[in-house]
Design a protein around this ligand. Structure first.
Ligand code: AKG
Length: 268
């Protein structure tokens, strides 16, 4: 990342309190509190609704093409992918200073967006086994990926809140290697319950997963997922970037996207 990028986006270490940093270090996740206000939430939900209707069966297909995707197709959830190129309303999801400060705290100052996707647990579905968002265990501290989940609906005990097993990012182990059944409830797991508009940052090496949505409404969220600069993106942002997006966003935002600027590579 260019040395000035985080400065230009207003990101600094003091956007997290000492207590927040310790909580994130210790537990592997952190509730950053309200980030989207009611107007922003409404705009985002409206645009998501349009995209789901327009894309239909093709929704999320960019993601399923990716060589790095962990679960190719998930029946229990609706997905949309490549939100970077689907409206200015999503620009904030990879440029918000406090969110980026939290990501930098996990990954260090040299990271990029890996993917920006929508996930909505369907009514009666959405459970996932405990997993990490990486293909192998990493030594504690050598973290490659960090996810942020943006709540478009309140997460309640009933509607399929994300579960997380605190401190597991320090184990250097994968849940599938350690647990009899990663689908089971873990004795130490907590569920994220918070109002719509909240952002929760996860060290993606912390064991976590979706839970069953027991209501009759979708439980909607956006995942703004980051990786260390030296790692491949889940979605190759340079391949998908549109001129329309480039003409709108700042060079600092472009840098967060990790774009490789070469004429034969962009806009393929
Ligand atoms: O949406 C959620 O609650 C968690 C989703 C998740 O962990 C994933 O899709 O990898």
């Amino acid at each position: 990342m260019k040395p000035q990028t985080l400065d230009e986006l207003g990101v600094s270490d003091d956007l997290l309190t000492t207590e927040e940093k310790s909580f994130l270090d210790e537990n592997g996740y952190l509730d950053l509190g309200p980030i989207l206000d009611d107007d922003q939430l409404e705009q985002v939900r409206r645009r998501i609704h349009e995209l789901v209707s327009v894309e239909g069966e093709k929704a999320g297909s960019e993601l399923f093409d990716s060589p790095y995707i962990r679960h190719p197709k998930e029946e229990g959830a609706d997905r949309l992918a490549d939100l970077v190129n689907k409206g200015s309303v999503f620009d904030l999801f990879y440029t918000h200073p406090r969110v980026l400060a939290a990501v930098a705290h996990v990954l260090g100052n040299d990271f990029k967006l890996s993917s920006l996707n929508y996930r909505a647990a369907k009514p009666g579905q959405g459970a996932q086994k405990l997993h990490v968002d990486w293909h192998e265990a990493v030594d504690p501290g050598d973290f490659k990926v960090c996810n942020t989940i943006w709540l478009l609906d309140e997460f309640t005990a009933e509607n399929g809140p994300t579960r997380v097993v605190p401190r597991t990012h320090k184990h250097g182990k994968l849940p599938q290697d350690e647990l009899d059944d990663p689908w089971d409830t873990h004795p130490d797991e907590v569920t994220i319950k918070a109002p719509a508009g909240t952002v929760v940052v996860f060290n993606s090496h912390t064991w976590h997963g979706g839970t069953n949505n027991k209501t009759d409404r979708y439980r909607r969220s956006i995942h703004s997922y980051f990786c260390r600069r030296d790692q491949p993106q889940q979605l190759d942002q340079s391949r998908y970037i549109l001129e329309e997006t480039l003409s709108r966003i700042s060079s600092a935002a472009e840098d967060i996207l990790g774009l490789v600027r070469s004429d034969d590579h962009l806009n393929k």
